[in-house]
Design a protein around this ligand. Structure first.
Ligand code: GTP
Ligand code: MG
Length: 219
């Protein structure tokens, strides 16, 4: 029998300061490409990828790639509530981006209430270490991640190091949460959807706003 295109849809939000490489991570993961000169995100952009989390269980990953720039914050914040996963990114060569990680995390956790979001912290641009540009040690980042109670992984879109691993680590963690009941399907919450809703226990919740997309080149 043919499998449906997907059984579950997980919405995952990319968070972190501007230029840490959120869009580059998704471009690498979904298109296996890296661009030295990439369009700066304006508002929110979208990427989709399908992943088989176990034999015959296919998940549609819908990524919301938010702009890190402060001036887009009112738009990007409206996407937090309908996310079940968060990829929290800083640049290992940019200490300021690391210092903002806790703020990003607190804000998304607050806004997703009463739902649950599962996050992973990514120390991105790990290739910069080879150029002597590391400004945040792995130990320090691991400590902050442990304090937040989330997983930490270092990755590079440029060298394609750990990008798939970071995204699939988060996806499998969400799937486990779904199986264990830690994460529940809710009517009116778009963090997780199923293609067979009649088989899922649903509870009433109100719906949240829709989307916007536009781009400009920062190069
Ligand atoms: N050295 C290095 N540079 C990278 C890496 N990933 C992205 N970059 C560069 O970092 C710059 C910013 O990348 P983006 O992906 O646009 O960053 P962003 O977080 O999406 O930025 P906003 O859209 O403004 O929030 C670009 O010049 C990329 O080429 C990486 O792994 N290593
Ligand atoms: Mg971007």
């Amino acid at each position: 029998m043919d499998l449906p295109l997907w059984q579950y849809q997980f919405r995952i939000i990319m968070l972190g300061d501007s230029t840490v490489g959120k869009s580059s991570m998704l471009k690498r993961y979904t298109e296996d490409q890296f661009l030295d000169c990439i369009n700066q995100t304006v508002g929110v952009d979208f990427y989709v990828h399908f992943l088989e989390v176990e034999p015959n269980v296919r998940v549609k990953l819908q990524f919301w790639d938010t702009a890190g720039q402060e001036r887009f914050r009112s738009v990007t914040r409206s996407y937090y509530r309908n996310s079940v996963g968060g990829i929290l990114v800083f640049d290992v060569g940019n200490r300021t981006s690391f210092q903002h990680v806790q703020d990003w995390y607190s804000e998304v956790c607050e806004r997703v209430q009463p739902h649950t979001i599962i996050c992973v912290l990514v120390g991105h641009k790990s290739d910069r270490e080879a150029d002597g540009e590391r400004a945040v040690s792995r130990q320090e980042a691991e400590k902050v991640a442990a304090q937040m109670g989330i997983l930490y992984i270092e990755a590079s879109s440029k060298t394609d190091h750990n990008i798939t691993e970071a995204i699939e680590l988060l996806t499998r963690r969400i799937y486990q949460g779904l199986l264990s009941g830690e994460i529940k399907l809710r009517d009116g919450w778009d963090g997780i959807k199923t293609s067979t809703p009649q088989q899922q226990p649903l509870q009433n919740e109100e719906q949240s706003p829709a989307s916007e997309k536009s781009k400009k080149c920062s190069c």
